[in-house]
Every structure is written in structure tokens, then in C-alpha cells.
Design a protein around this ligand. Structure first.
Ligand SMILES: Nc1ncnc2c1ncn2[C@@H]1O[C@H](COP(=O)(O)OP(=O)(O)O)[C@@H](O)[C@H]1O
Ligand SMILES: [Mg+2]
Length: 354
């Protein structure tokens, strides 16, 4: 279907069994990541972000659905093939570098060690990798003498040592300050461009949206909405010059650079924003009326149901063919976390309704 796609998740399900309990960590998740794309994944704690990363990285197996990475079917692989896949296709960076680094070794030794273990020890390769992450000058320093950001750079160098097609980073900037986070994001972007590396970054930091092509929000184990860049990073860079740390920190709000679209999955399901539902007083399992009106899909509370707001909120603007009129209504909707919603835009794939 997507010949260029590096990662395709379709209706992906992961169930963890803990004693007698079943935890549905992924509940039919759909996601496609193109080759060479750099995306961020956001979502509340427990929404399934790390689970998804572990599935893509071959650290664990999905329970059901489809997961294709680099044209390989991760549900059908043998354990041996999965091991090989993990070693050859993906590089991992974690939030805490204690997971891949040894503090009593130098930066260079840390990078050489995994290569030694896999029988491919090449000093030149280690130096090349340290250079790629901007750490050549610090290569002889012990890990304990490096800053948090520098340690993450060592971790990134290690993640790149097997020349992966995909770099997976699970909250890589979670333990560093804003400036350091900005320069790490700059490094990810550089690697993404130079090596045509597909990069997936899990984050809590809305500012990373500025540095990526697309932000995918996950809610309850499903993708719920996406922020897409209005303009390419390249276009923006031409305007502001190189995207330095200062711009990163003092960037405009994300709604100026991105627009948010809700995901309509293959089965026709979508997740309406929580606060829209709250505003309509719909909670838990409800029934709603859905009508087509002038190129819009309008969701209304059925007659007879109690109305908690004065007016029915029109959530149809998502599917509008035209620019929605600014709503100056009283019950104007508040904005969900973690991003403020930009003006709702038309769905690109919306069908003609005439
Ligand atoms: N190894 C595991 N065993 C059991 N439950 C797990 C395991 N890993 C994650 N979970 C559960 O799956 C859900 C999603 O977790 P996770 O993917 O870690 O979320 P996030 O990274 O978005 O915080 C949570 O309810 C979590 O408790
Ligand atoms: Mg996590």
C-alpha cells in the first residue's frame, strides 16, 4: 500500500497480562511513518507510547493487528529473525542514559563497547560516530565528566553504530533543560537529513513540534490526532536562518506552525476531543445523532437528552469544506492538552458531499 512507508501499524493491539489482569496498552492503533520522516509522539502517561516504541523496535511482540517495518512483518517473524531485525534495523535512545552507558568508561569506550561485543570493533567507526554527534573533542572524557546533554549524544552515537534505518527515542530530552533539549532536537534533525534516517521521538515537550514534520497524539492506545506542519522545515529555515536554540526557545506557538487534524481510521472511527465532548455533556457511552449538512458532518445530542450547555456545540467544522467561521459563542471550547487547538481545518481526504 505505502511503498515508501518505513513503518505501518494497522489496528495494532498489545495486551499485557499481569496475573489475572489484562492491560490493553494498544487498542487498534493505526500509524504510518514514511521513510526519512521525523515525527514526534505525544500523549499522557500510560497512553501506550513506550509500548508502541517497543513494538516498532522489536523488543516485544504485538498481540494482534499488523506491523510492517522496513517491509518486514513483525508479527510473523521468528524469534531469531526478530533478534536480527532489532540489531540491524533500529537504534534506541532512552530518557535515562544509565540504560545504555557506563559511567566509568570514556565517551569513546562507551561507543566502542557495543561494537566490540558484536565483533565489529572499529576505532575509526567510533570516532566517526562521535564526530557525527559533535563530541569529538570530549571523546577522552569519562561519562561522569560529561553533561546530561553530552551523555545523550554518546547514547545517540551508540544507537547509530549499527547504521540503523530507524532511530527510536523514548523521551530523550526528558531529563535535560530546555536549551539542551533544543540542541539535541537539532542533532536529531541533522541526522535525519544527512543519513535519511527515519526518526520517531516520544516526548512530553510541545516545543519539539517545531523541529519535526508531524506530531502524532496517542490517547488510550490509539492515535487520536495529528499536527501537521503548514510549511516545510526547509521553508521556515529560509525565513529565520538556521533554527538556532534561541528560535527554538522563543518560537511562536505551535498552532502557528502546525495544524491539528483528527485521525479518521480505516474503520471510519475517530476520537472527538475530550473537551468537545465535555462541552456537550457527553460522557462515557452515549448515543449521538450524525447528519450530513452542507458538506459537513454534524454531531448532535439526540432529542430528549438533557442539555448541559445552552447550545449544541457544532463539532462538524473538522469536516467542513470551507474555512470555519470564527465561533464567538459563549460556550466556546477550551483547548485540550497538551496542545492548544489551532483553528480547525478541513479534512484533506474529505469526500465530496454534493
Ligand atoms: N510490561 C508491562 N506489563 C504490564 N503492563 C504494562 C507493561 N508495560 C506497560 N504496561 C501498561 O500499558 C499501558 C501503557 O504503558 P506505556 O506504553 O508505558 O505508556 P506511556 O509510555 O505512554 O506512558 C499502561 O497502562 C501500563 O501500565
Ligand atoms: Mg513511556
Amino acid at each position: 500500500m505505502h511503498s515508501m512507508a518505513m513503518i505501518v501499524c494497522e489496528n495494532l493491539v498489545k495486551i499485557y497480562k499481569v496475573a489475572d489482569l489484562e492491560v490493553f496498552a494498544l487498542q487498534g492503533l493505526d500509524l504510518t511513518v514514511e521513510t526519512g520522516e521525523m515525527i514526534a509522539i505525544i500523549g499522557n502517561s500510560g497512553s501506550g507510547k513506550s509500548t508502541l516504541m517497543n513494538m516498532i523496535g522489536g523488543l516485544d511482540r504485538p498481540s494482534a493487528g499488523r506491523l510492517m517495518v522496513n517491509d518486514k512483518d513483525l508479527l510473523k517473524m521468528t524469534d531469531q529473525d526478530l533478534f536480527k531485525y532489532k540489531r540491524e534495523t533500529v537504534g534506541f535512545v532512552w530518557q535515562s542514559n544509565s540504560r545504555n552507558l557506563l559511567s566509568y568508561l570514556t565517551a569513546q569506550e562507551n561507543v566502542e563497547l557495543p561494537m566490540l561485543l558484536s565483533g565489529h570493533h572499529k576505532k575509526d567507526r567510533a570516532l566517526e560516530l562521535l564526530d557525527a554527534v559533535g563530541l569529538s573533542a570530549r571523546r577522552k572524557n569519562k561519562l561522569s565528566q560529561l553533561s546530561g546533554g553530552e551523555q545523550q549524544r554518546v547514547a545517540i552515537a551508540i544507537a547509530l553504530s549499527n547504521n540503523p534505518a530507524i532511530l527510536l527515542a523514548d523521551e530523550p530530552t526528558g531529563a535535560v533543560d530546555t536549551k539542551t533539549a533544543a540542541s539535541l532536537m537539532g542533532l536529531f534533525r541533522e541526522l535525519n537529513r544527512q543519513m535519511r534516517l527515519t526518526v520517531v521521538i516520544v516526548t512530553h515537550d510541545p516545543r519539539v513540534a517545531r523541529s519535526v514534520d508531524r506530531v502524532v497524539a496517542i490517547r488510550d492506545g490509539k492515535t487520536s490526532s495529528e499536527l501537521l506542519r503548514r510549511r516545510s522545515v526547509r521553508e521556515e529555515m529560509q525565513d529565520v536562518g538556521a533554527l538556532g536554540e534561541a528560535e527554538f526557545v522563543s518560537q511562536p506557538d505551535v498552532e502557528e506552525t502546525h495544524e491539528e487534524l483528527i485521525i479518521l481510521d480505516a474503520a471510519g472511527r475517530l476520537q472527538l476531543p475530550r473537551d468537545y465532548l465535555d462541552a456537550m455533556g457527553l460522557s462515557g457511552k452515549s448515543h449521538v445523532k450524525v447528519d450530513m449538512e452542507e458538506g459537513r458532518i454534524v454531531v448532535t445530542r439526540p432529542e430528549g437528552m438533557e442539555q448541559s450547555q445552552e447550545e449544541t456545540q457544532d463539532v462538524s467544522q473538522l469536516y467542513s469544506e470551507e474555512e470555519p467561521e470564527p465561533t464567538e459563542r459563549k460556550g466556546k471550547l477550551a483547548i485540550p492538552l497538551p496542545f492548544k487547538l489551532p483553528k480547525r481545518k478541513k479534512d484533506q481526504d474529505n469526500k465530496e458531499t454534493e
